[in-house]
Design a protein around this ligand. Structure first.
Ligand code: GBH
Length: 522
């Protein structure tokens, strides 16, 4: 059969993702030869350079698929309207800890206990975002990002956690939100990213008391009332697992407590209760159409082989790993295995509280960096078994950040399968690198680019399968105060010089800019 052979240029990476090889292999010899000749590099797995491909007058389904993609863009796209963004958190970037009436927080206190933070760093200055927010919003804009996830410092609004609101604190967020909107950037506000007002810690022992849960709901309702004319999306609490476990269990985060199991279970319960109460307060005080959900670092089980039995095991495992957090929030019950494991230490709760905790949400926000573990199916009681990580499993400069790009796919996929929320946001995903400044002022963070290519390809795989992921927030816009690791760990797309506070785009900022513009992994 004679081929008319018009030549077109397109990117080989696409071919690999649409599983065309087999179909093309089955085409008549003459066509096949043209293809193989032109795609030799692709067969070797070398992508990125454009190459030529012949299209024929008799078209197979595979040809049509390819041509459709060609008529659009080089690479397959994320869904229309997919929101690209970056994320930060108040204590990690703002600084200005004593300005405009901000109340003291548990992190202000914790940072001043010698030896708690690497190099005894503090968030006193951080990135100076409180004063540099306009400049940073230009940086967000130049990444082609159309959304920004930031957190509100509770103690700027209510210096003592409750009581009289501080207008000057609110004004800062008013200015920032207005500036974002003026630049075409959608604000996504997190109401709690770990900076608890110190007064609540002193008065009620913080999350050990339901008084803190109630105070949080009052604060959330107040902020929704004041900002929801412009902020349409709120996240209640960021990573309940982390601030409870590390702050009240392991003592390595503020407030530095090591509570016995029963008290720890109770604190965790009080935090999920705070989420539920806040959802209700936001519904009561926010403008119609205000959306709300949690942002949790969901613990993801990855099936070590993607076959139905291991996938099922990974689902079961993921539901159990998150039993005290996402699972109870989405299902309104603690799982049997969770209660059995807790035994006499289980939290005290009422049926009414479970209803509050599971108040309907508009979306699930998930922070995903590393898998909790690779799992396989098992005939044991649990239905799954975990594998230990190899000692040589690659990590970023954060030793906890075991790398596995498919975690993003499986995280989103399990959330859809287990709880079927209307929308999912990747509220955080990021990579910490060595990020050395070259003498000519560049940061060639090829490792971060590798990370993004891998993780985002897997995220796209989820969207192609219909998982309702609406947006992705890279952690973080700029290198910032990385909690107990101080300024030693760098997650930003922008490098920051901690003395001058000057920001310099890393190579990955260019990369992000391109993918956000094209809405596809490049
Ligand atoms: C996120 O947590 C946070 O939301 C964000 O504030 C932070 O900057 C970002 O990640 C990068 O770390 O110290 O060995 O006990 C991600 C999940 C869970 C990762 C706690 C670090 C501490 C490990 N985090 N984990 S360790």
């Amino acid at each position: 059969m004679k081929a008319t052979c018009q030549t077109k240029t397109y990117n080989m990476k696409y071919l690999k993702t649409v599983d065309n090889f087999e179909k093309i292999e089955n085409q008549p010899k003459s066509n096949r030869r043209d293809f193989v000749k032109s795609s030799g590099l692709a067969v070797l797995g070398l992508s990125a350079a454009p190459f030529h491909f012949s299209s024929f007058d008799i078209k197979t389904e595979a040809d049509k698929k390819v041509e459709l993609a060609l008529s659009q863009k080089n690479n397959p796209e994320f869904p229309k309207g997919f929101l690209w963004g970056t994320a930060t958190a108040s204590y990690q970037v703002e600084g200005a800890v004593n300005e405009d009436g901000r109340g003291k927080t548990i992190w202000d206190t914790f940072c001043y206990i010698p030896g708690k933070i690497l190099n005894n760093d503090t968030g006193d200055v951080a990135c100076g975002f409180y004063h540099k927010y306009k400049e940073d919003i230009q940086l967000i804009k130049s990444l082609n990002a159309k959304s920004f996830r930031f957190s509100i410092a509770w103690s700027r609004i209510f210096p003592d956690g409750t009581g009289t609101p501080n207008q000057k604190g609110l004004d800062f967020y008013n200015r920032m939100v207005d500036e974002l909107l003026a630049n075409g950037i959608e604000p996504f506000a997190t109401l709690y990213h770990w900076d608890l007002p110190q007064t609540l810690q002193d008065k009620y022992k913080g999350w050990q008391s339901k008084e803190t849960s109630k105070a949080f709901a009052d604060y959330a309702g107040y902020v929704a009332e004041k900002l929801s004319d412009r902020v349409k999306n709120f996240f209640t609490l960021n990573e309940i697992w982390t601030f409870i476990q590390l702050g009240y269990g392991d003592g390595v985060f503020a407030p530095g407590l090591q509570l016995p199991p029963a008290e720890l279970y109770q604190a965790r319960h009080n935090a999920v209760l705070a989420h539920g109460l806040a959802v209700q307060a936001i519904r009561a005080h926010g403008k119609a159409g205000t959306k709300v959900g949690v942002a949790e670092n969901i613990k993801v089980a990855v099936p070590y082989i993607e076959t139905p039995e291991h996938i099922k095991a990974a689902e079961i495992a993921t539901r159990e790993f998150n039993a005290g957090y996402m699972t109870v929030i989405m299902e309104g019950k603690y799982t049997d295995a969770f209660l059995k494991k807790a035994g006499a230490d289980a939290p005290k709760f009422t049926a009414e509280e479970l209803k509050i905790i599971s108040s309907p949400v508009d979306f699930c926000g998930i922070n995903i960096y590393n898998p909790e573990s690779y799992v396989k199916a098992s005939s044991n009681e649990e239905g799954y078994e975990k594998f230990p990580f190899s000692k040589s499993h690659p990590t970023s400069t954060s030793k906890w950040e075991l790398l596995a790009p498919e975690t993003l796919y499986w995280g989103a996929k399990h959330v859809q399968k287990l709880w079927n929320p209307k929308e999912i946001y990747i509220t955080e995903n990021g990579y910490s690198g060595a990020d050395e400044l070259t003498p000519d002022n560049h940061i060639y963070d090829t490792d971060r680019i590798m990370f993004l290519k891998g993780y985002l390809s897997q995220l796209q795989r989820a969207t192609v399968e219909g998982v309702p992921v609406k947006g992705y927030f890279y952690w973080s816009l700029v290198d910032n105060f990385e909690w107990a690791s101080g300024y030693s760990i760098r997650f930003g797309l922008y490098y920051m010089d901690h003395k001058s506070l000057v920001r310099i785009p890393k190579l990955s900022a260019d990369y992000f800019k391109a993918i956000a513009h094209n809405n596809s992994v490049l």
